[in-house]
Design a protein around this ligand. Sequence first.
Ligand code: SAM
Length: 282
Amino acid sequence: MSLADLPPLRESLESHGLFAKKSFGQHFLLDLNITRKIARLAGPLEGCAVIEVGPGPGGLTRALLEAGARVIAVEKDPRFLPLLAELADAAPAGALTVIEADALAVDEQALAAEHAPGLPVRVVSNLPYNVGTPLLIKWLTGPFKPELMALMFQKEVAQRITAGVGDEAYGRLAVIAQALTKAAIVMEAPARAFTPPPRVDSAVVRLVPLADPPPAKVIAALETVTAAAFGQRRKMLRASLKQLGGETLCAAAGIEADRRAETVPVEGFLKLAQVVLNRREA
Ligand code: SAM
């Protein structure tokens, strides 16, 4: 059997007696036109390794394989393994590796080195809602450095990642994501595109790492500064950043202390983080 001979996804689910479980955040994309579009937005994938979190019934996995990727799929729900084994058999030899694991706990670098040595690695996934943000933070700030990510989130989370200064959704997540990547919403998907439909709409965010990102220790300081500043977002920086130096910190970074966090662009937060770091290291 080849990928083209596989039955429709709905039939695969039925023949394996599978149904969505809420506890695993399962909302499936069963329309291959949609999953192929997501794969295109992450492409070109020929000669790339892709880490996919939560393949579930494998609709996005099929599209990634069709696009020529070598896929390492990490699925927590063991019920899907037999169905995914059929997909691996239908794919070109060695193109799909399925790992039964919690994606929050896996070492992506080790997985890629073992199953796709030497290939550039991207992350493409229709993420489970309950762990989408912690997974993104792991991929942004951890040792694993994918060359591109195309990730489906709840629309509200997608907006919090891509918001600009002054937007209602602008906050910690936007600052950290945009300090490290160029992030944009590249596709929207209404709730009805999923089976079963979630309560909210979704969107795909594409994140491309900056060529010259700030060092990890600046990002660690940025996490501290943004936690304080947005933890009390209605207060002026002189008050919200008091524990970190307040007025003198702002002066050293060249940021007016009477501003509120939501008016400070990413570069401003990076300046504040650099001053915090310099003081820590002095
Ligand atoms: N990719 C499939 C699709 O688009 O139809 C399923 C997407 S569904 C939103 C999320 C998937 O992630 C489910 O298959 C679920 O079992 C899996 N999952 C949930 N939590 C997980 C975790 N911590 N680690 C790995 N997979 C997880």
